[in-house]
Design a protein around this ligand. Structure first.
Ligand code: SF4
Length: 402
């Protein structure tokens, strides 16, 4: 995998280097995906795109809480036309929001219309050109060539339209909807997913179009991991530096939906793969955004909140650590950029919170030691601990009003 070093400072005197797959920056409205740009957070509204008012509201609500790129679905030509009004209403009543349109079945006409109104068009190689379902039988070379040719003919006008407007395309492969030919040639495999994308990428490159973002989603995390890893190797070997969009499809809801998404997306990001992410939950899409930022923050890729370090507590803890952590969080949640530790005891606490900017450490019965970095600054009674921590941050000039 071709990588560039992006240094990440974790402490005053300690730094680690996370190698990130080298990708080209692709413009999507006012957002850049890839290169050295921060990993972009995106989501998708559930509203029917024909519901202009509801769609505008949903897009705006997502954007206001940090969703940088919003996807809408366009199952018909009238949905595609509705995007013109949606875009204009956003500009008139709010601000331009980078938009992506999902085009599915046999969607050339729809894609050409919607390309006028959005910043990126997502196509699914398995569905873009209609292929009759086959249950058995071999493909002749002529048949394979004929389908390929019809893909070239369908893709060309869309690529030309997007290229002329400097807009982007996502080639979004789904494990569950691979084309019949791909299943025939490669089976229901990560290789089939990668080859499926490559067929479209080659056509785009022949047309000298490179504003591409690629995805290889699956609902099973091991399949998704295998597909992205294989893709990273294949693309790099071919000199293709297109950014990847990461996601686990149909992750479900609740705790397990979040764990599944984090396992898939987080693992790849930790390997340096991925330039934009979507956590797909069967919940209100607004609930996806904190999960995205949580994954990025935990990996040190973006810092959008306070990083809290807290020990699990044990027999040495002489105060209710869970309660105190909650109070500290309530008092300081808005101080983005700070690392704050809450540790149960003086024996192991200071050593284990060594990277934090501030520490709240149990010092003995009813007493708390407050730390700035590795230095113990003062001893305070437990009842004053949280207030005194805030005072210390204020005295250092690092406080902001909520
Ligand atoms: S820091 Fe102290 S109180 Fe917390 S888990 Fe470790 S030993 Fe126990």
């Amino acid at each position: 995998m071709t990588t560039t070093a992006s240094s990440l400072i974790l402490a005053d005197d300690a730094s680690i280097t996370i190698p990130r797959r080298k990708t080209r920056p692709v413009p999507v409205g006012s957002v850049m995906i890839g290169g050295q740009h921060p990993v972009v957070v995106q989501s998708m509204i559930n509203e029917d795109t024909l519901d202009i008012e509801g769609s505008v509201r949903a897009i705006r609500e997502l954007h206001e809480i940090g969703c940088e790129l919003v996807r809408v679905t366009v199952p018909s030509l009238s949905h595609a036309r509705a995007l013109e009004k949606i875009r204009k209403t956003l500009e008139d009543t709010y601000q331009p929001v980078p938009l992506v349109a999902d085009v599915h079945h046999d969607g050339l006409k729809i894609a050409l219309e919607v390309a006028k109104h959005v910043d990126k068009v997502r196509i699914n190689p398995g569905l873009f050109v209609f292929e009759r379902r086959r249950t058995s039988g071999e493909y002749s070379q002529e048949e394979l060539n004929a389908v390929h040719q019809s893909i070239v003919e369908s893709l060309k006008p869309l690529v030309e339209s997007l290229a002329s407007q400097n807009k982007a395309m996502r080639i979004g492969v789904n494990h569950g909807s691979l084309a019949e030919r791909m299943l025939y040639m490669f089976g229901d495999t990560p290789l089939g997913m990668v080859e499926s994308a490559l067929e479209f990428v080659h056509i785009c490159e022949e047309l000298d179009y490179h504003n591409l973002v690629i995805s290889f989603k699956a609902s099973r995390v091991p399949v998704m991991l295998a597909a992205y890893r294989l893709a990273a190797r294949r693309f790099d070997a071919l000199g293709m530096d297109y950014p990847f969009h990461l996601g686990v499809t149909e992750a479900g809801d609740g705790e397990y939906g979040r764990i599944k998404s984090t396992a898939g997306i987080g693992t790849l990001l930790a390997e340096g793969i991925g330039d934009t992410i979507r956590v797909s939950l069967t919940e209100d899409p607004k609930k996806e955004i904190p999960v995205c930022y949580g994954i990025l923050q935990a990996l040190g890729l973006r810092k959008t909140m306070v990083e809290y370090v807290a020990c699990p507590s044990c027999g040495r803890t002489l105060f209710n650590l869970e309660e105190v952590l909650h109070k500290v969080r309530q008092a300081t949640y808005h101080l983005t950029g700070l690392d704050i530790a809450v540790m149960g005891c003086i024996v192991n606490g200071p050593g284990e919170m060594a990277d934090a900017d501030y520490g709240y450490v149990g010092r003995g019965p009813g007493m708390i030691a407050l730390y700035r970095g590795k230095e113990e600054i003062k001893l305070v009674p437990e009842a004053e601990g949280v207030n005194q921590l805030v005072e210390l941050i204020k005295a250092d000039g690092r406080w902001l009003e909520p």
